[in-house]
Design a protein around this ligand. Structure first.
Ligand code: CAA
Length: 259
């Protein structure tokens, strides 16, 4: 049997997805995207899911882009279908009700950068390299880059990166807000374990409500977004999680949130 293109492992409800085409630097082809889509559909149906971490196999690359060999001979209609498949897959990732974190362990280019942008946030090893080099191939980003990149780092910086195709290192990615944290390559695994521990231990319903409030509130007027927050805050008092969290604090013990 051939090896899975998306490997799945799990600890305390925190699922790690590893994109597994290291010989092609984990470039995204339609087969891998199809597999990722199926895995994400399974995850979306789980109410015990706490978080998702997504990374690339090997120590060189997160994802080096959409698969150029697969794309080269596509007609416009086929290119549209390929981009639509990727956009639909990334939407599934974005719409998961739990935090999704990109663990960027090397090249994060083109469709790889667009995948990281569909995650809630990203952490990177210090050898990571980011960019949208599509114009060097005679196309524009097609997996969401022209829309999600300016929303994350501002239109001027997005235009800089997309029209020059230049690559930036993890330090600059940190500075412009493309990633939240950077660690030496040897410490990325420790950071992943720490994130798994934290996201697996904190109140699961509170984490889901926080993601819902932040995402849904972005497109709203501040007043209605604050009203949404108030509703979700109050709803938190309807379940056992709030009582356990606050009782644990007052009892001076760690909370034990049921899954
Ligand atoms: N698609 C297909 N294969 C790729 C690939 C990609 N995006 N990126 C790397 N590979 C393959 C290479 O062809 C090579 O395969 P072979 O061993 O069979 O020759 C293998 O991965 C290793 O790559 P290199 O030998 O090039 O490794 P390197 O360390 O010298 O360079 C790199 C690494 C700078 C990332 C270089 O591979 C590169 O520039 N890759 C392409 C990056 C890119 O342009 N990405 C954007 C793609 S277009 C896109 O994503 C469009 C969109 O928005 C939808």
């Amino acid at each position: 049997m051939s090896e899975a293109l998306v490997s799945v492992s799990e600890h305390s409800g925190v699922v790690r997805l590893t994109l597994n085409r290291p010989k092609a630097l984990n470039a995204l082809n339609s087969e891998l995207l199809g597999e990722l889509e199926r895995v994400l559909d399974d995850l979306a149906a789980r109410d015990d899911l706490r978080a998702v971490l997504i990374t690339g196999a090997g120590d060189k690359s997160f994802v080096a882009g959409a698969d150029i060999a697969e794309m080269r001979d596509k007609s416009p209609d086929e290119a549209r279908d390929f981009a639509s498949q990727a956009l639909a897959t990334f939407k599934r990732l974005e719409r998961l009700p739990v935090p999704v974190v990109a663990l960027v362990n090397g090249f994060c280019l083109g469709g790889g950068c667009e995948l990281a942008l569909a995650c809630d946030w990203a952490v990177a090893s210090d050898n990571a390299l980011f960019g949208q080099p599509e114009v060097l191939l005679g196309v524009i980003p097609g997996f969401g880059g022209t829309q999600r990149l300016p929303r994350r780092i501002g239109p001027a910086m997005a235009l800089d990166l997309i029209t020059t195709g230049r690559k930036i290192d993890a330090q600059e990615a940190l500075r412009v807000g493309l990633v939240n944290r950077m660690v030496p390559q040897a410490e990325l695994e420790t950071l992943a374990e720490e994130l798994t521990r934290q996201l697996g231990a904190n109140g699961p319903q509170a984490i889901r409500a926080a993601k819902q409030a932040i995402h849904a509130g972005q497109g709203q007027h501040l007043d209605s977004a604050l009203a949404l927050e108030t509703s979700l805050f109050a709803l938190g008092f309807a379940g056992p999680e709030q009582r356990e969290g606050m009782s644990a604090f007052l009892d001076k013990r760690p909370p034990d949130f049921q899954r």
